[in-house]
Design a binder for this molecule. Sequence first.
Ligand code: GLU
Length: 552
Amino acid sequence: MTNEEFAELLFPDIKHTPDYYEEKYPQRDLPDKAEVTRIGPSPTGFIHLGNLYSAMAGERLAHRSGGVFYLRIEDTDNKRKVEGAVESVISSLDYFNIQFDEGAEVDRQAGKVNYGPFYQRQRAEIYQTYVKDLVKRGLAYPCFCSEEELNAIRNEQSEEKVNDIGYYGKYAKCRNLSMEEAAERIKNGEPYSMRLRSQGIPGNTFKFKDEIMGEVSLPENIMDVVILKSDGIPTYHFAHAVDDHLMRTTTVIRGCEWLPSVPIHVELFNVLGFRRPKYAHTAQLMKIEDGKKRKLSKRKDPELSLGYYRELGYHPEAVRVYLLTILNSNFEEWYQKNPGVPIEEFKFSLNKMGVSGILFDLQKLDDISSNIISAKDREEVYEYFLKWMKQYKPESVPVYFGDPDKMGRIMDLCMGVGQKRRRKDFINCSQMFDFLSYFFDDIFTPEYEFGKYENMTEIIAEFKNTYDPNDDNQTWFNKLKAVADKFGYASDMKAYKAEPDKYKGNVSHIAEIIRVAVTGRKNTPDLWTIMQILGNDSCMKRLDKASEFLGR
Ligand code: GLU
């Protein structure tokens, strides 16, 4: 039996040869140096921050160079498929504004050629064509070993204490089956997978340049890895080689958990006669806990899930800026020096990416977020907050937004609109929701944080008597001073500082008492404005409520 005949027996339905696909999916017509990158999520769960980190690197690299960024659904593992996962990937990319030019589910095509299908399960025929060709060239063979047999081989290797555990050399039972014998077993209906006949030499190493990690030395692959499973669907390794070749990827950006598989991939590209893409393996995201760095974990760290940022209502722009901050070490400086310049203009590059343990710091994200929100138009923040609330707190929309004019004034105040400097009170929608709650009588449930001052009830009563909602800020403050004088608190700060023991406190303590009484909080934006927004009735009721609390 010849190799040709054997290949025909194995793949009778495959009529094309690799040349057909080489022609169907030609080199892309792109400018020099344009990069083609992709994100290849498996629909086995939800994409997380690590995926978004790599995706953003890919998207930036492609779009900065006039290239193409595409989405490929790596669904070869049907058993672990999760309903809705593809939709969730697309909606996450969309939400964080990671635009892909081609790919699954949507009618997106970057150029004249459609490089799809972009679902791997729809590409079975293509993979099989390439495996058939490998069989013709004696570089792939069927393997009939069952799970039990494979386990037995592994156990034998453990007992012999060999370095390499796996299917290779003398352990690769089916490698040396004659074609006749294999043909007989196939005719008898025995299930089989297809394996690579590895050409690697044990002990050989090769040098490999990773675009992020730099040069690494790796062992040559010696394993006869499975390339097609018994259902004719490829393994990740084989699908990666064929797809990234035919979709003309120039740089494969993926998590560093794939770095150990590079020897397999290099051999596959070699035996298939493909030009290898560049590789960029992204470092693991870490966090600091109890002074120690550790990997972010799906189980322990909600911040790894992208839903976390949406539910808390972080502005996608803040997440993008933060991701760029951890993606490229020179981004932060550029960002500070170029206020108002779209971040898309930053010259992103792979060689400025961290090579190990990227520290993910929520505090830093919060800082970035409050800066970004404070620089926005009030109308935009208003709309953004309203949209979030409709989705996540619909029952509270009438409370917060029932009086749009009031909400507008609140936002102006908390953002410092019209002030010398913008305020940075807002971080994300969930925090805004809590932060603003004291403005609404329906939900105002103060947990008073009064300090230890003398005559607080009397002070509140006196203030209440003299308060007039028509007073301007200065008159209002003068009245506070008068209250201070009346109760032995210094109305003049200089005098107080010179002889603090002479007084029970000073006018800022009076303001604090009133602030806590009216808002339940020790720190708020300008109190006079808050009282203007609340209106006289509400203020009076709140002052009474606080007195009652103090009198208890
Ligand atoms: N499907 C792979 C994963 O989800 C993608 C790896 C790659 O980008 O090549 O891990």
